[in-house]
Design a protein around this ligand. Structure first.
Ligand SMILES: *Cc1c(COP(=O)(O)O)cnc(C)c1O
Length: 368
């Protein structure tokens, strides 16, 4: 056999949510609700769907490599220069590209113990290691400790705000202090993954985009996968200084963003009704979850995302299995070192009620 780098042979792949079709086959049930991947329970934006359909007749043509319409629409919408933007096949592709640009083999990245797993995977594939700083006792990123842990070996710092799988966030003030603690010269690239920023309702949640002009090392990642309901089509975007965006646009494959999503995303961005409806449904669902979980006596973390992390008070794997037999897919998070927790995405109110009823039964029965 060909010899392969230890970074590859020892790679533990990303654990995705269990697919609906697989669950139907495995448990022989027709109705399965997936509350496992923080997807939009309302489906895609109807405007995006219409634009995607119209684009299908041109599937014989290559996509626009220069992403002309996307750049124009997003630059206006976000109030940033077109030269500050880059698009990826999901924001996970942008993470991969940034690591390839800013890290050499043997370099390190710095993130939190409970950060989204994608950063570690991209780093390891690029023969880099990940240092992870413990969270605070209330499961928040410890930005002070992260600033202290930073060394010249760290080429990228990855922050997730709000974070997945915890739903916790850091405030504008905490972020400001972190920025000020960074080295003035030759410091790391600072990537803030804001996949859930549209859901955040804390008054002190930071507004990062205006900070890029002052801190050129700052990169903000966002996605069309969550509130815009386009996870299956794959589109992530990045806002950065023109230099960093330029490097990403040089390194990315010319056709990394397919023609259907180019059309769909432009339409989705303008579908404010759909975004507002999703946000309202999410907040209503979270409030409902909190009330039910409190009544059942489960501990959980208040979330700024579209999901909630619940402490089951016992090993969560058997509860996950029991829920599957009832056609409910939630997300075990043992791979994050949280074997007692489950992450539950907000669904439609009907789905939310189903999952809370199932948990109530489990809690009445005691340990499963
Ligand atoms: C869902 C999610 C994303 C989105 O990833 P895509 O590749 O754009 O679908 C990014 N970051 C975090 C933390 C997420 O939970």
């Amino acid at each position: 056999m060909m010899k392969v780098s230890k970074f590859i042979s020892e790679l533990i792949p990303y654990v995705a949510g269990k697919p609906i079709e697989e669950t139907k086959r495995q448990y022989q049930i027709d109705q399965v609700h997936k509350l496992a991947s923080n997807e939009n329970p309302l489906g895609p934006s109807p405007k995006a769907l219409e634009a995607a359909r119209a684009e299908l007749s041109s599937l014989n043509l290559y996509p626009d490599a220069g992403v002309f319409n996307l750049k124009k629409k997003f630059s206006t919408f976000l109030g940033v220069g077109e030269d500050q933007l880059a698009f990826g096949n999901g924001s996970d592709e942008l993470v991969d590209i940034l690591v390839r640009i800013y890290c050499e083999a043997g370099d390190k990245i710095l993130t939190s113990e409970l950060a989204f797993d994608t950063y570690r995977l991209s780093a390891q594939t690029a023969r880099c290691t990940t240092d992870r700083v413990p969270v605070t006792p209330d499961y928040r990123f410890d930005l002070k400790a992260m600033a202290s842990a930073l060394t010249p070996q760290h080429k990228i710092v990855f922050l997730t705000n709000p974070n997945n799988p915890t739903g916790t966030y850091f405030s504008a003030e905490e972020f400001d202090n972190f920025l000020k603690a960074l080295p003035l010269k030759d410091g790391p690239l600072l990537v803030v993954d804001e996949a859930y920023f549209e859901f955040a309702r804390a008054a002190d949640y930071p507004n990062t985009l205006p900070l890029i002009s002052k801190y050129p090392q700052l990169v903000v990642l966002r996605t069309m996968s969550k509130i815009y309901g386009l996870a299956g089509l794959r589109l992530g975007y990045m806002v950065a200084c023109a230099e960093t965006a330029g490097f990403v646009n040089k390194v990315r494959k010319p056709f990394n963003v397919n023609s259907v999503v180019q059309a769909a995303a432009c339409a989705a961005l303008e579908d404010l009704d759909f975004v507002n409806k999703t946000r309202q449904l999410t907040w209503q669902g979270l409030d409902y979850f909190y009330k039910q979980l409190e009544a059942m006596g489960f501990e959980f973390l208040k979330s700024q995302g579209n999901f909630v992390l619940v402490d089951m008070g016992q090993k969560a794997a058997p509860i996950f299995e029991t829920l599957l037999t009832e056609g409910l897919i939630v997300r075990p998070v043992a791979n994050y070192g949280l074997p007692y927790h489950l992450r539950i995405s907000v669904g439609t109110m009907e789905q939310n009620e189903k999952v809370m009823k199932a948990l109530a039964q489990i809690s009445r029965r005691g340990a499963v």
